[in-house]
Design a protein around this ligand. Structure first.
Ligand code: G3I
Length: 329
């Protein structure tokens, strides 16, 4: 039989997949077989759970949590505070202007308290704050409604509120381009300053939305070491290896060449070799999807361009990359 990926890597790290109600319906068997951890791809985000101030919509998130529980899988919670998929009402006052800082914190606290408590028996860790670091320029933080209203204090408050809601939950800062040297240093600086102020943070999430070439293995290694030097847990939270480069203007390229397919196999082998070297600091590796029949990359950066970034093909069969990862373990 086919080895179970999470069993192959048992003793190294949990193996997770991001799922949604469609992929659970379509790939439930594959998901329960190879993965021992789940993340809701969209269903636990602010806009999904809390579309208006008086209304919570838990049905889809509950179904994913029920599935995880019925299969004995752990869950990572994603995400409490983000600039994206967050409803406008959160930032608005009665007249449609920006709400005041005190009121924003009160709303954030109420949301975090409700959501973290509801899932405390399913979710063992939360991406509390997601993607607040600026990609470009000297600025530390991305400009958003959060920063416009509350400066940078919303970050520490989010961790404090999450910790109060569930003192047992492991709390993460999560970001992409995490291995880029400049952004790496900014993420490091933010997390270090949170630690120095005794903010309850327990880990750094490396999203790991990578492609065939970028980031280089040396940059990935440096990022792992830099974050680990803070004495925190590391989770790889959203791993995929796109066949195409982000920002690739060659939209005529819609199929990978033989060479690209080979490169992806080699890349997966190298990535997991590196992860295993750091198994003492990396506790979980989550893929941003379960199999190549559905991935967010089918619509990014080019809408409708199919991609094949995962370890299982469109028919849920293990790809050569899967066997390379298994062989290396
Ligand atoms: O819900 C609507 C649906 O009603 C409509 O028919 C459909 C038409 O396109 O769109 C649906 O919304 C989409 C939503 O996913 C649910 O499928 C949005 O357009 C689409 O933008 C949204 O994309 C999600 C993206 O986050 C939004 O930023 C992706 O599925 C999700 O994989 C992605 O995940 C993020 C992580 O949370 C954070 N890190 C990066 C990662 C990849 O972007």
């Amino acid at each position: 039989g086919i080895p179970k990926l999470h069993e192959v890597l048992q003793g190294c790290f949990d193996i997770g997949a991001a799922v949604n109600p469609r992929t659970i319906a379509r790939s439930g068997e594959l998901i329960a077989y190879h993965y021992n951890s789940l993340t809701a791809e969209n269903e636990m985000k602010f806009a999904s759970l809390h579309p208006s101030e008086e209304e919570y919509t838990f049905e889809e998130a509950d179904r994913i949590a029920d599935f995880a529980r019925s299969k004995g899988m752990r869950m990572r919670g994603h995400t409490l505070v983000w600039h994206n998929q967050t409803p406008d009402w959160l930032f608005q006052d009665r007249n449609g202007g920006l709400v005041g800082r005190g009121e924003l914190f009160a709303r954030m606290k109420s949301h975090i308290d409700t959501v973290v408590k509801r899932y405390k028996n399913s979710v063992y860790c939360w991406d509390v704050v997601n993607e607040v670091i600026a990609d470009e320029g000297d600025e530390l933080l991305r400009q958003s409604k959060w920063t416009a209203i509350a400066g940078e204090d919303f970050i520490s408050k989010a961790f404090e509120y999450a910790h109060e809601a569930d003192p047992n939950a492991l709390l993460f800062y999560n970001d992409y381009n995490e291995s880029h040297p400049i952004k790496r240093e900014k993420i490091y600086a933010l997390v270090k300053s949170l630690r120095e102020r005794d903010v309850p943070i327990h880990g750094v999430g490396l999203q790991a939305h990578w492609n065939l070439y970028d980031p280089g293995l040396d940059d990935i290694r440096s990022a792992i070491e830099r974050y680990a030097s803070l004495g925190l847990k590391l989770h790889v939270t959203e791993l995929d290896v796109s066949m195409f480069e982000f920002g690739d203007r060659r939209t005529d390229l819609t199929e990978p060449t033989e060479r690209m397919i080979e490169l992806q196999i080699e890349r997966y082998a190298q990535i997991f070799k590196l992860f295993r070297e750091y198994k003492d600091v990396i506790d979980a590796v989550t893929f941003w999807g379960a199999a190549d029949d559905y991935t967010w990359l089918d619509d990014f950066p080019v809408r409708g361009r199919k991609n094949w970034p995962l370890l299982f093909d469109e028919k849920h069969r293990p790809k050569p990359s899967f066997w390379k990862v298994v062989e290396g373990a």
